[in-house]
Design a protein around this ligand. Structure first.
Ligand SMILES: [Zn+2]
Length: 190
């Protein structure tokens, strides 16, 4: 726990689990603000030094990971963080909560993976090295442990997707640029 002086910008932290931006809660005192709740990642819900069962835990603690059988999909964010989706908290609910859309997140370099109506992967127009690494590990793990079958892959600029083994998905990914194109830099997508 810490604090900051009145007039200074509110401190944020980089999430130790997914690299997302974490924010804390602050309370005003005479000279500034003191922290009254742990930093919590806005992308994956991990907390820094939280109190669990009445004891302080040091370091980043991931949000409760849903049981494997309940997982219906994922977002892989542009920092390589993997956010699990379930029947109750799917992509639509995540977007509602965060004020985002799947299209907007794809344009930020996120990947959407769903296994609700078949195993499908939506690829963004560009992908960072950290996202590539996380995606490759995740797809290999799904292949080994899940029995979701062959994914239906859809690239951003295609109207229709196609079935592709995960290694073929990674071959397509390897040809994506590592940075956003003009439309991202112009601020068209947020
Ligand atoms: Zn996070």
């Amino acid at each position: 726990m810490s604090g900051y002086l009145a007039g200074d910008p509110e401190p944020t932290a980089e999430c130790g689990c997914c690299g997302g931006e974490a924010v804390a809660q602050w309370c005003g005192v005479e000279v500034g603000m003191i922290q009254i709740a742990p930093f919590r990642c806005m992308d994956c819900g991990a907390q820094l030094d939280p109190i669990v069962d009445a004891e302080r835990v040091t370091g980043w603690v991931p949000a409760d990971e849903p049981a494997e059988a309940r997982i219906t999909g994922y977002y892989v964010n542009d920092r390589g963080g993997v956010i699990s989706m379930t029947f109750d908290q799917g992509h639509a609910e995540y977007n509602d909560m965060m004020g985002t859309t799947t299209g907007g997140l794809l344009h930020r370099g996120w990947v959407r993976i769903t296994n609700l109506e078949g195993y499908a992967i939506d690829l963004p127009p560009f992908m960072t090295a950290r996202t590539r690494r996380a995606l490759s590990e995740l797809l290999a793990r799904i292949e080994d442990e899940r029995g979701w079958g062959v994914p239906y892959m859809k690239a951003m600029d295609e109207d229709r997707g196609r079935e592709a083994h995960w290694t073929e998905v990674m071959a397509v990914v390897s040809r994506l640029p590592a940075e956003a194109g003009e439309e991202k830099r112009s601020g068209l997508w947020r």
